[in-house]
Design a protein around this ligand. Structure first.
Ligand SMILES: [Zn+2]
Length: 68
């Protein structure tokens, strides 16, 4: 993660690239950032199964809902 940008900007940039982001990719919990983007910035984000290979266990990733 680039230390020059905030965690919130990082999460938002990945989502804006139409990519799934999970806590394992971010290297840290991003629940707070996802919540903030939804509440304070009106970004529609939904959770779905993340298929990244960083961990073997099932986990949730977040993605922007462009439909709305
Ligand atoms: Zn993942």
């Amino acid at each position: 993660m680039n230390v020059k940008i905030s965690k919130l900007d990082y999460v938002r940039d990945v989502l804006n690239d139409d990519k799934v982001i999970c806590k394992h990719q971010a290297g840290t919990s991003i629940r707070k950032q996802v919540h903030e983007l939804k509440k304070n910035f009106g970004v529609l984000i939904y959770a779905e199964r993340c298929h990244c290979d960083l961990v073997k266990t099932k986990h949730i990733g977040y993605v922007i809902d462009w439909a709305n």
